[in-house]
Design a protein. Structure first.
Length: 377
């Protein structure tokens, strides 16, 4: 692998005689463009080109898209950073209107790293709520990414159909999507993620836009349902950017039937101890859980604090032998005593639960609370 930050070096390599023969083992050239770098094609043709465009560039990236089309027959890994929302259909269609196929492409990442709160104003987003995907180009029947395994889209979905997903249902393994209205509309109407369509899809991450004032879904429950519909047999499931004011007790029942989940991340969720127990019981293969700092929740009727461990053991033990790690982060209403109680009680019923990972908490401080709670119980 080579990483090139200097456009002049890239240009020199292009002019080098027999450049294609001099570097027969080069498999990946990573090119970082800046505003002064001349974006020119080059004759060194490795199997992979990674093109990164700095997010402070204000001109278009047509030259980079042309470079991608030029190397389409051999590309295996393509990452493009855009400085603004643009129509990127030229990635898969040349100026003459012909489709461009990427027969070897394994990884495709389309990103926009501009400040989203500025880029997507409320006026613009209001117009997107009335979105009709017909405004985007449609590539009927074309199978352009037949071997795609990894897909990440962090920008407005720029295709009016299932172009990115067509023909690769048997190979797609990893998807990471920022949920813009166009993407939600497209995959829902076209039924891209139907049950059993993607047998190898094991990693699914979904997250919303930064601007919570303009949600993509009417409720957090609706968001979770949509996220779970993407690759229902995924083993790694990350549902990020859930609203802080959501009713978290509605979430655990939504996961019933998704028994393949091994790693579950629910950012911004302050689940109660009983909700976590419900999740672990519903997901027999769950080994890793990521949430905000937990609350204990309601005390069972007729159970005192001192009788609580015996009650939990009699009702739930033994629980999952697979569950091992609980990773939680500091929430706006974190309560260390309740966190300690949740951890200790869970350890009583999950025989292999041996690792907690509190973020923003120093271990000695949390451990002192755990010892105090253990003494009371």
């Amino acid at each position: 692998m080579w990483t090139i930050f200097n456009g002049k070096l890239l240009e020199s390599l292009s002019r080098a005689p027999y450049s294609g023969r001099l570097f027969p083992r080069v498999r990946l050239i990573e090119v970082w463009f800046n505003s002064e770098t001349p974006r020119k094609s080059f004759s060194v043709r490795p199997s992979t080109i990674r093109a990164n465009i700095n997010y402070n560039i204000k001109d278009n990236c047509e030259e980079t898209l042309r470079l991608a089309r030029q190397n389409a027959p051999t590309l295996q890994f393509l990452v493009i950073y855009f400085s603004s929302v643009k129509d990127i259909s030229s990635l898969i269609q040349d100026p003459g209107g012909s489709y461009v196929e990427y027969p070897c492409l394994r990884t495709l990442e389309l990103r926009n790293d501009t400040e989203l709160d500025t880029l997507y104003s409320e006026d613009v987003m209001f117009s997107w709520t009335e979105l009709n995907i017909s405004r985007f180009p449609v590539f009927v029947g074309a199978i352009l990414f037949p071997r795609l395994r990894r897909l990440r889209v962090k920008m407005d979905y720029q295709f009016g159909d299932d172009t990115l997903f067509r023909g690769n249902a048997a190979t797609l393994q990893y998807v990471d999507f920022q949920l813009f209205p166009a993407f939600i509309d497209s995959v829902s109407k076209l039924k891209v993620f139907t049950p059993d369509r993607h047998p190898k899809l094991h990693y699914v991450r979904t997250y919303q836009m930064v601007n919570y004032r303009i949600p993509n879904f009417a409720t957090a429950e609706e968001y979770v349902r949509f996220a779970l519909s993407v690759g229902p047999h995924a083993q790694v499931r990350k549902i990020d950017d859930l609203p802080y004011d959501a009713d978290f007790q509605l979430f655990p029942p939504l996961f019933e039937g998704f028994t393949d989940i091994r790693i579950l991340s629910l950012s911004n969720t302050c689940l109660e101890f009983w909700d976590v127990v419900y999740l672990i019981e519903s997901l027999p293969n769950l080994s890793y859980l990521y949430t905000n700092s937990p609350r204990f929740g309601r005390m069972p009727r007729g159970v005192t604090v001192r009788k609580l461990p015996a009650y939990v053991i009699s009702k739930y033990a033994p629980m999952s032998e697979r569950f091992r790690c609980w990773h939680f982060v500091y929430g706006y209403d974190s309560r260390p005593n309740e966190m300690a109680r949740c951890v200790l009680l869970l350890a009583l019923v999950c025989p292999n639960f041996d690792y907690i990972k509190p973020f923003y908490y120093r271990y000695p401080w949390l451990m002192s609370h755990m010892k105090r709670v253990a003494g009371l119980q």
